[in-house]
Ligand binder design. Structure first.
Ligand SMILES: Nc1ncnc2c1ncn2[C@@H]1O[C@H](COP(=O)(O)OP(=O)(O)OP(=O)(O)O)[C@@H](O)[C@H]1O
Ligand SMILES: [Mg+2]
Length: 215
């Protein structure tokens, strides 16, 4: 199995650490039998990927076997958050095209029990790939291996991909950037996820006033 190092610092101000612990508790104990959680936002850059990685670290520390599935096939910046030692990482796009098996895509990390499924090279047809039977099969396989799966997605306002991915999730968390989010857009985001029959289980406020940058 490939191994990568996360570049995020493990140390956070106590109040932020506490906020992630609360989020972790709410997600893990909020509903029985839920395992796959999708992180979505109305607009790009609100903080989804940061929240997903931070939360995954927090869950792994609690003893859960956690997978971060990067389903942002359009503009993932995961490569800026991990040390890939100069390699290109194959991942979801390759798997969905039938080019590799799960074991060849999943990477272990420097955080024990935390695994990453990278997005792979940007495909021409992300929406079709995520709509495929192979994506459904992948989620069935991953559910058997991991305790929790956090799915990162592109913003709902930029592509239909998150809505399609949400069909395979047990719950969605909406990531909201303090100060920029508009109520109408957030309402629209909730409606889009509900159309995918994915319950919206909560929201995370990022970049609140006074919060230090974490990335
Ligand atoms: N809590 C925070 N405080 C300050 N800055 C933050 C916080 N969370 C994220 N950022 C910064 O905001 C920017 C966007 O964050 P991130 O990549 O997590 O968002 P995203 O929603 O995944 O974006 P995209 O839609 O492009 O995938 C990054 O530069 C990140 O460092
Ligand atoms: Mg992102």
């Amino acid at each position: 199995m490939k191994r990568v190092n996360l570049l995020l610092s493990e140390h956070m101000p106590p109040e932020i650490e506490g906020a992630y612990q609360t989020l972790r508790t709410n997600i893990l104990f909020g509903g029985t039998g839920r395992k796959v959680f999708l992180f979505a936002s109305a607009a790009p850059g609100e903080g989804k990927s940061t929240a997903v990685l931070r939360l995954a670290m927090s869950m792994a520390r609690l003893g859960k076997k956690v997978l971060v599935l990067d389903a942002d096939l359009r503009g993932s910046k995961l490569h800026t958050r991990i040390d890939m030692q100069g390699r290109m990482l194959s991942g979801l796009s390759n798997f969905l095209r039938g080019e590799l098996i799960v074991e060849e895509a999943v990477c272990s990390t420097n955080i024990e029990r935390l695994y990453l499924f990278p997005p792979g090279p940007k495909p021409d047809n992300p929406t079709e790939l995520l709509s495929s039977e192979r994506f459904r099969e992948l989620m069935e396989i991953l559910r058997k291996v991991f305790d929790v799966i956090l799915v990162d997605t592109p913003a709902l306002g930029t592509a239909v991909d998150a809505q399609i991915t949400a069909v395979r999730a047990d719950g969605a968390v909406i990531v909201i950037e303090a100060g920029t989010a508009r109520a109408r857009d957030e309402k629209g985001a909730v409606q889009m996820l509900q159309r995918s029959r994915c319950p919206v289980i909560g929201a995370v406020l990022m970049k609140a006033k006074g919060e230090e940058p974490l990335a």
